[in-house]
Design a protein around this ligand. Sequence first.
Ligand code: MF3
Ligand code: CO
Ligand code: CO
Length: 341
Amino acid sequence: MGKTAGKFGVNDPCWCGSGRKYKRCHLSSDQVGTAAIGAPRAAQATIERRAPIRPGIVSPRRAVPEGIARPEYADTGRPEESQEFCYVRSREEIARLRRACRAAREVLELTKREVAAGVRTDALDAIAHEACIARGGYPSPLNYMGYPKSICTSVNEVICHGIPDSRPLEDGDIVNIDVTVYLDGMHGDVSETVLVGNVAPEHRKLVDVTRECLALGISRVRPGAPLSDIGGAIERHATSFGFSVVREFVGHGIGERFHMGPQVPHYFDREITTKLRSGMVFTLEPMINEGTWRHVLWDDRWTAVTADLGRSAQFEHTLVVTDDGVEVLTLAAANGTDAAQ
Ligand code: MF3
Ligand code: CO
Ligand code: CO
């Protein structure tokens, strides 16, 4: 903790890469003990922030053995457009998706076990990378649009796409671990937010509510239901606790491509008239924030942090709409792996 303004002149560009002057960007939120924007007056004196997350050192790119099938962007960094695929999947495609999703779940479980204060997020990346390969899978994030690592690790105010680096986790942090595995020609995508040691009750509340948001979203999935019901249910729950729903990053169709249609917002969008159909496969991955839903992108072009440095949590599943409801493809218990919390 501590004030970090000494490193930057207030008129210098902000460390976050927004291009704005530091005094107009993160200066006030960097000052330990200042309140979250919009916090009630009574709370202002009691909110204490730890130091913001800063970029660490990113280790060299990890190699994937030759025998492992690679997605189309593995060498170029450029994913192909996905229009040629139908959103409604065959039984054979769903069987392959199930295998990719099971592998992703197993990798997440192994990686979660290593989370502790003092462990670097780069060490989590190494474990997940090896676990992917051990299952014959390719870690989907690696070189996806140039992304440098095999998983995403998003700590505290990082909303998503945090790049594993040399920063050791600290007691009281929360960290989202997002694992995607390419196996059998399909991607499977899953993430959870994990507590590091003793997390303050208000931050634990954020994590619990975010887990509930994902469950509520899933409960709306059945053939014929409006896709917008999902976001409606998530948004109602999050806002009833005073939290906000991230709007810039949404759930997505998934299969041969890492990200494909349909887009699935986690807030209510009246413009969306899509009805769910049996065989559709997509992710739900609500990102819920303590303060503002707005984000700032670091100059690494990946790391998205909350604009007010309030914390953000996320849980993600990949699922398929079935004839009578939903099958969660990345569920721990259904796949016979260790039960997730
Ligand atoms: N796994 C993330 C998602 O849920 C996407 C990560 S893209 C990456 O959609 F390039 F950052 F890996
Ligand atoms: Co996803
Ligand atoms: Co993901």
